[in-house]
Design a protein around this ligand. Structure first.
Ligand code: ZN
Length: 403
């Protein structure tokens, strides 16, 4: 551990321990001064987990800024992270690093302390203030009640840890399991002028509801990808008929249509989001507040890369930027680190896998059709595509396939 990293970790732990705003301010001032004046000794500023990348770099001007910092009450943990980020945005000692690129990684060493993960679970995953959970597919965020001002952390009931907060370690034993992982995209009725592509990627809420009802009637239980990994790595038992529901791209209809239908039935899903699109508040995509609400209800928020550009035939630095950039953004916004990636357009190669694995992702999901997974092929997980023509009978037939 470098002295820099040690200071960061130690200071953060102290900050968490005392919980005093006064002390926190002093610590932050001291920490800021250290950054401005320079730490003793140069070298890599940030270290990641063993075997991971030391720093994250990005082209100048691409450093992200939290989109909702002006409207959302800032918790202590968020404030620490923001201040630390702001210090790092300009690089060590206020200078861009030697490559002319800027450092902006800070979340990685912090979350390893354990204290942050704990804090983040209680502070970052509570229902977001801007939008109330939708009770029906027709709800709109404009109808939501006003913000709920931040209470002191001790007044809040504890929020159960999301599945993604689990730590799973492979015991070294090879395992194979057949668990269908369903792949959805849009969960809405396509517009009248929709092209064939959009039509193929769309399932209407009405059809989705019938699919869910039928799966429940047939005894299927939705599990998370963490449950799947817990079986493959540790042998943790799965329900009799497990199924994973995934959504690629993070369209806003996942929140307004899929989320309430799943929640009414006590079911969960995994949403693979495009982090730059969410940071831009791009129309048609989830907001971070929506994602936090789904996370708080047991959903997983995982990476589909930063901008949906193909991860195939790309150089190492670019892949690092995609892998760690999306990871850190999700971790910053959700309070828990994502561990799964779906490759945009299903495109990947050996280098893609090597980089994402090295960045401490646990598995990658493809668009290759199939339902059998094993510990040797975690970055080539197969899925089952659900189309707008997949009626409940067809879905049950496909779920039963041994492939
Ligand atoms: Zn996609």
């Amino acid at each position: 551990m470098t002295p820099d990293n040690f200071s960061t970790t130690k200071m953060y732990t102290l900050f968490q321990k005392h919980r005093s705003r006064q002390l926190g301010s002093l610590l932050l001032m001291a920490f800021s001064a250290l950054f401005l004046l320079g730490f003793p000794g140069e070298g890599p500023m940030i270290t990641s987990e063993a075997g991971g990348y030391a720093v994250q770099t990005a082209p100048p001007g691409t450093v992200r800024v939290p989109s909702d910092s002006a409207t959302k009450p800032e918790s202590d943990a968020e404030r620490v992270r923001r201040l630390l980020k702001e210090q790092l945005v300009v690089g060590h000692n206020g200078q861009p690093n030697v490559d002319g690129q800027q450092l902006f990684s800070v979340a990685l060493p912090l979350v390893q302390t354990g204290s942050l993960s704990e804090t983040a679970t209680t502070e970052s995953t509570e229902p977001a203030p801007q939008a109330a959970p939708p009770d029906s597919p027709a709800d709109s965020p404009a109808d939501s009640p006003a913000n709920n001002p931040e209470d002191s952390p001790t007044d809040r009931p504890p929020v159960p840890a999301p599945p993604s907060a689990r730590t799973i370690v492979w015991d070294g034993q090879p395992r194979t399991v057949r668990v269908p992982v369903l792949m959805y995209h849009y969960l809405s009725t396509p517009p009248a002028n929709a092209d064939a592509y959009r039509l193929d990627l769309s399932v209407s809420p009405e059809l989705f509801a019938r699919q869910l009802d039928r799966m429940q009637a047939e005894g299927y239980t939705t599990i998370s990808l963490y449950d799947l990994l817990a079986y493959l790595w540790e042998g943790t038992p799965l329900p009799e008929k497990p199924v994973v529901i995934t959504f690629d791209d993070g369209y806003v209809d996942n929140y307004f249509n899929a989320f309430p239908l799943l929640r009414q039935r006590g079911m969960i899903a995994t949403i693979f989001v495009i982090t730059d699109f969410m940071d831009e508040n791009r129309e048609g995509y989830l907001t971070w507040d929506m994602a936090r609400q789904m996370l708080a209800d047991g959903f997983s928020i995982e990476s589909h890369g930063r901008n949906h550009i193909s991860l195939k035939n790309q150089n190492r630095d670019y892949l690092v930027w995609q892998a760690l950039g999306s990871l850190e953004t999700i971790e910053y916004e959700m309070g828990v680190r994502p561990r799964f990636v779906t490759y945009p357009a299903g495109e990947f190669d050996e280098q893609t896998i090597a980089i994402f694995e090295s960045a401490n992702y646990w598995a990658g999901l493809t668009t290759i059709q199939g339902a059998t997974h094993n510990t040797d092929e975690l970055f080539r997980l197969h899925r089952v595509r659900v189309r707008n023509t997949t009626d409940p009978d067809e879905l049950i037939r496909v779920l039963g396939l041994d492939w």
